[in-house]
Design a protein around this ligand. Structure first.
Ligand code: HEC
Ligand code: HEC
Ligand code: HEC
Ligand code: HEC
Ligand code: HEC
Ligand code: HEC
Ligand code: HEC
Length: 227
C-alpha cells in the first residue's frame, strides 16, 4: 500500500476538507475508505487524503485546482495492485484505454463497493444494467440466476474467458444446476436427460451454444431459455 503523495504537502485530516466540500464529506462516514489512515497523518483521520494526496497546499491556496490529486485508476492501483492485472486480461472492462473509470462502478465517497449504495445484489445488478440495458430484462421467462447477481457468472474486472465469464464451459452453469449420471451412463441436468450414448451433450460446445440455451439472461419466448 502506497498512498499518493504531493511534493511539499502534508496531511491536514478529513475534517478540514469538509469545511469546503460538505457535499462530498457528509456521505463519507460510512465509506470503506473513511477508515484509512495514511502514514505521517499525525493521528488525524486522512480518509480523503488517502486518495487525493496530502492537502496542506490545497487548503492554503483556498482550494485551487492543481494543488490536489484528481484520482485515476492509477491512483487506485497504488493500493489495489492486483486490479491492474485483472484489467489487463484479454476480456476486461475498458479501463486501460480510458473509456471507463473505477468510479463508473464504485462510488469512492459513500457506502460499500458498488455504486448506488451498497454491496447488495440489487445494487450490483442495477449498476450493470444502467449500461447493459438489454441483459436486465424484464423477461417473460426470467432466469433466476440473475437474482444472485450478474457476478455469479461474470467477473466485472476481467477474465481470460470471452465475455468476462468466470468459467468457459458448463462448470459455469453446473455451479447451480446439478448433473446426475445414472448407472446406465445417462446424464440428467435439471431433471431432463441431456446426454449418454446420444444426446445434447455429445454436440460439444457450451450450454449456451447455438441451439441450446442461448437466452442465458432470460427469454421472451422460451421457458427453457432456448432463444
Ligand atoms: C478553503 C476551502 C477548501 C478546502 C479546505 C478544501 N478544498 Fe478542495 N477545492 C476547493 C475549491 C474552491 C475547489 C474548486 C476549484 C475550482 O473548481 O476552481 C476545490 C477542488 C477540489 C478538488 C477537485 C480538483 C480538480 O482537479 O478538479 C478535489 C479533488 C478537492 N478539492 C479535494 C479536497 C480535499 C481532499 C480536501 C481536504 C484535504 C480539500 N479539497 C479541502 C476548496 C477547498
Ligand atoms: C477511494 C478514493 C477516494 C477517497 C477516499 C475520496 N475521494 Fe474524492 N474523488 C475520488 C475520485 C476517483 C474522484 C473522481 C470522481 C469521478 O470521476 O466521478 C473524486 C472526486 C472528488 C472531488 C471532485 C468532484 C466532485 O465530486 O465534486 C472532490 C471535491 C472530492 N473528490 C473530495 C473528496 C473528499 C472531501 C473526500 C473525503 C471526505 C474524498 N474526496 C475522498 C476518489 C476518492
Ligand atoms: C491508500 C490506499 C488505497 C487507495 C489509494 C484506494 N484504496 Fe480501495 N481500499 C483500501 C483498503 C485498505 C480497503 C479495505 C480492504 C479490506 O477491507 O479488505 C479498500 C477497499 C476497497 C473496496 C472494497 C470495498 C468494500 O466495501 O468491500 C473497493 C471497491 C475499493 N477499495 C476501490 C477503490 C477505488 C476505486 C480506488 C481509487 C479511486 C481505491 N479503492 C483507492 C485502500 C485503498
Ligand atoms: C464494471 C464495473 C466495475 C468496474 C469498472 C470496477 N469494478 Fe471493482 N468491483 C465491481 C463489482 C460488481 C465488485 C463486487 C464483486 C463481487 O461481489 O463479486 C467489485 C469489487 C471490487 C473490490 C473488492 C473485492 C475484490 O475483488 O478485491 C475492489 C478492491 C475493487 N472492485 C476495485 C476496483 C478498482 C481499483 C477498479 C478500477 C481500476 C474497479 N474495481 C473497477 C465492479 C467494477
Ligand atoms: C459505465 C458503463 C458500464 C457499466 C456500469 C458496466 N459496463 Fe460492462 N461494458 C461496458 C463497456 C463500455 C464494455 C465494452 C464494450 C465493448 O468493448 O464493445 C463492456 C463490456 C462488458 C461485457 C463483455 C461484452 C462483450 O460483448 O464482450 C460484459 C459481460 C459486461 N460488460 C458485464 C458487466 C457487468 C456484469 C457489469 C456490472 C458489474 C457491467 N458490465 C457494468 C460498460 C459498462
Ligand atoms: C447464468 C449466468 C449469467 C448471469 C447471471 C449473467 N450472465 Fe451475462 N452472459 C452469460 C453468458 C454465458 C454470456 C455469453 C453469451 C454468448 O456468448 O452467447 C453472457 C454475455 C453477456 C454480455 C455480452 C452480450 C451478450 O448478451 O451476449 C453482457 C453485456 C452480459 N452478459 C451482461 C450481463 C449482466 C449485466 C448481467 C446481470 C444483469 C448478466 N450478464 C448476468 C452468463 C450470465
Ligand atoms: C446462481 C445459480 C444459477 C446459475 C449459475 C445458472 N442457473 Fe440456470 N437457473 C437457476 C435457477 C434458480 C433456475 C430456476 C429453477 C430451476 O429451473 O432449476 C434456473 C433455470 C434455468 C433454466 C430453465 C429450466 C426449465 O425449467 O426449463 C435453464 C434452461 C437454465 N437455468 C440454464 C442455465 C445455463 C445454461 C446456465 C449457465 C450459463 C445457468 N442456468 C446458470 C439458477 C442458476
Amino acid at each position: 500500500m502506497a498512498p499518493p503523495s504531493i511534493p511539499g504537502a502534508t496531511y491536514v485530516g478529513s475534517s478540514k476538507c469538509s469545511t469546503c466540500h460538505e457535499d462530498v464529506s457528509h456521505k463519507f462516514a460510512d465509506a470503506t475508505h473513511a477508515k484509512l489512515f495514511a502514514d505521517g497523518g499525525n493521528a488525524v483521520e486522512t480518509g480523503c487524503e488517502s486518495c487525493h494526496g496530502p492537502g496542506s497546499l490545497h487548503v492554503k491556496a483556498g482550494g485551487s485546482i492543481g494543488t490536489i490529486l484528481n484520482p485515476t485508476a492509477e491512483t487506485c492501483y497504488q493500493c489495489h495492485l492486483e486490479k491492474r492485472g485483472e484489467f489487463s486480461l484479454p476480456n476486461s472492462h475498458p479501463i486501460a484505454s480510458g473509456k471507463m473509470t473505477c468510479s463508473d462502478c464504485h462510488d469512492p465517497h459513500a457506502g460499500n463497493a458498488v455504486a448506488e449504495g451498497g454491496t447488495s445484489i440489487d445494487a450490483i445488478n442495477s449498476s450493470c444494467v444502467k449500461c447493459h440495458t438489454s441483459q436486465g430484462g424484464p423477461y417473460v421467462f426470467e432466469h433466476e440466476a440473475s437474482r444472485e447477481g450478474c457476478t455469479v457468472c461474470h467477473n466485472p474486472h476481467g477474465t481470460l474467458n470471452a465475455k468476462m465469464l468466470k468459467a468457459r464451459n458448463s462448470n459455469l452453469c453446473l455451479q447451480c444446476h446439478y448433473q446426475q449420471t445414472t448407472s446406465t451412463g445417462d446424464i440428467y441436468i435439471g431433471g431432463r436427460q441431456h446426454g449418454g450414448a446420444s444426446g445434447y451433450l455429445t454436440r460439444g460446445g457450451t450450454c449456451w451454444s447455438t441451439g441450446c440455451h442461448e437466452a442465458v439472461h432470460g427469454s421472451h419466448v422460451s421457458s427453457s431459455l432456448r432463444f
